[in-house]
Design a protein around this ligand. Sequence first.
Ligand code: GTP
Ligand code: MG
Length: 214
Amino acid sequence: MIIKSATFVVSNTKVSALPEPNIPEYAFIGRSNVGKSSLINNLVGQNGLAKTSQKPGKTQLINHFLINEKWYIVDLPGYGYAKVSKTSREKWEKFIRAYLTKRKNLQCVFVLIDSRLEPQKIDLDFCCWLGECGIPFALIYTKADKQSAVKTDQNVAKFHKSLMTWFEEIPPFFITSAEKGLGREKVLAFIHDINEQFVMPIIDRPDQHHTPNP
Ligand code: GTP
Ligand code: MG
């Protein structure tokens, strides 16, 4: 897929204030600092569109980006950042879970996993929660440029083995590097295929409900 345009739309802390869910949407989530914002920038070919940082916890809001005027990318705050208070972690969970379970146009959640690490419980738990909720997801292994392909493959195989304790089949997965552009075309082709099949969700607008004439 060719990216012709990518623009920032809005940042939100409230699920009720999100843009109209009338086009396909893809959310990027994963541990803090895993490389979500960097990957988004690489996918759309615009450094600096999503804000990145060496310090974890940079992305704090639900950020919508409009791509090719036809679909949304959503950059979400990372989970598992140790330096946040229990209260703000709980607030994060409630807010993100509400977003992920209620968003009608959400086509796929990309769960980003650091390809350099052994399977992390927090990532496995998150995948299981998505599975239990019936939310479609795909895995994106990040930062593959930081080690040999053999090491990446070993970690990927270990994560899949752990996942198979709960899942019957491995979800779609991609090995990527935002630095080198590895995996970019495959992720975009995957999104393109889903976009082609998008059916407009039924949008419930309580203010427009009317009672039929007697
Ligand atoms: P939060 O918003 O804080 O949750 O982080 P994030 O997941 O959005 O991570 P971000 O994209 O800000 O990247 C974190 C750090 O990892 C930055 O220093 C990036 O330059 C670096 N990084 C991200 N992706 C890659 C990659 O593919 N290769 C390499 N070498 N570095 C990467
Ligand atoms: Mg970020």
